[in-house]
Write a protein that binds this ligand. Structure first.
Ligand code: CUA
Length: 157
């Protein structure tokens, strides 16, 4: 079978591109720990504020000794709106929404997850460097969307 020279080049270019794309996928998953967040549980959106652990939003020490941030999203604010953690702390963020779809994005970290009513989203974030981190809503949720953020202070207590 005769394959035109140019067609052969394009086939080779396609193959190289596929190899690069597969390599990028492997690097992001293995090297940068990219992962699709799984729903960590279900919750009745109308009962969030009376359902543990969301009846006491904020930082807490979980039974296994880890640090958890219990976070409630509501148009257009997070509860709590500020927390302070020590440098190097791994924080398990457990979040849900009482109204519409929100999202969590913390620049300079791997945190990027949707926050959906009826569902508990869970993500682990380690704050190595001291500073002020903004947890921003990254799903458009209405007219106040751009004001929906909370602060995570990373400093020695
Ligand atoms: Cu909440 Cu955008």
């Amino acid at each position: 079978m005769h394959i035109d020279k140019y067609e052969r080049w394009f086939m080779l270019a396609t193959f190289i591109f596929l190899v690069i794309a597969a390599g990028a996928l492997i690097v992001s998953v293995v090297g940068h720990h990219a992962a699709l967040p799984e729903p960590a549980g279900r919750i009745d959106p109308d009962e969030v504020r009376t359902t543990p652990p969301f009846d006491q939003p904020g930082l807490r020490t979980a039974p296994d000794g880890s640090t958890e941030l219990i976070l409630i999203g509501q148009a257009w604010q997070w509860t709590p709106d500020e927390v302070t953690v020590a440098p190097g702390t791994e924080v398990t963020i457990k979040a849900t929404s009482v109204d519409v779809v929100h999202g969590i994005r913390i620049p300079d970290t791997n945190a990027n997850v949707m926050v959906i009513p009826g569902q508990i989203s869970e993500i682990d974030v380690t704050f190595d460097d001291p500073g002020l981190y903004s947890l921003i809503c990254h799903e458009y949720c209405g007219i106040g969307h751009h004001n929906m953020y909370m602060n995570i202070r990373v400093e020695e207590s």
